[in-house]
Design a protein around this ligand. Structure first.
Ligand SMILES: Nc1ncnc2c1ncn2[C@@H]1O[C@H](COP(=O)(O)OP(=O)(O)O)[C@@H](O)[C@H]1O
Ligand SMILES: O=C(O)C1=C[C@@H](OP(=O)(O)O)[C@@H](O)[C@H](O)C1
Ligand SMILES: [Mg+2]
Length: 176
């Protein structure tokens, strides 16, 4: 989908910077900001880890899918949680309503940023380590994205700049 009037949707591993970049990008572009983690928290009455501990993995994933399918906004910046790529229906919906940007950060850097792997509410259906989770998810992020940014050595401002630049180039190409 063209990125001009649609939502800009950030995907990537936990710790990739989706929420940080999302807020910045919303400020820069004047678009409202949504974090699907906040919607899950509100709908599930608790932190993500609380919901996971209380209701279990399948319920969490059903709730996440419901939240994704209920998104009907236009022109927003949407930061997702790292686990969205496990919902085929949810991702099909996101593809329809937005332009999907994958923040691709190397495993070493993610491990430095995500120290609280066991209390962070990570969705890990196969029960594997963080490195294996990264390898399991990488092809999914790559499959679903419209733009991949190799973000390991970039600041949030630089990532934001790349996305804004792409938006502006897209706008230049569109007919009046
Ligand atoms: N580009 C970046 N460079 C360095 N640290 C970053 C960058 N983006 C985010 N961070 C830091 O990484 C951590 C996770 O960021 P966050 O935005 O919550 O990621 P996500 O929403 O993808 O899980 C935070 O401590 C944040 O300050
Ligand atoms: O990667 C994951 O399994 C998850 C990442 C979290 O969001 P962030 O990617 O914003 O950290 C949150 O959605 C949930 O705890 C599951
Ligand atoms: Mg986040």
């Amino acid at each position: 989908m063209s990125c001009i009037h649609s939502n800009i949707i950030l995907i990537g591993m936990a710790g990739a910077g989706k929420s940080t970049v999302g807020r910045l990008l919303a400020d820069r572009t004047g678009r409202p900001y949504i974090d699907t983690d906040d919607l899950i928290s509100a709908a599930g009455n608790g932190t993500l880890q609380d919901i996971l501990d209380r209701d279990g993995l399948a319920s969490f994933q059903a709730l996440e899918e419901r939240v994704l399918l209920n998104l009907s906004c236009l022109n927003h910046v949407i930061a997702t949680g790292g686990s969205v790529i496990y919902s085929r229906k949810g991702m099909a919906h996101l593809k329809k309503i937005g332009w999907i940007v994958f923040l691709d950060v190397d495993l070493d850097e993610l491990e430095k940023r995500v120290r609280n792997q066991h209390s962070r509410g990570l969705i890990n259906p196969s029960g594997i380590g963080f490195d294996a989770l990264y390898r399991e998810r990488l092809p999914l992020y790559n499959t679903y994205c419209d733009l991949r940014i190799r973000a390991t050595d970039l600041s949030p401002e630089e990532i934001c700049e790349i996305i804004v630049d792409r938006l502006e180039r897209q706008a230049d190409k569109s007919p009046e």
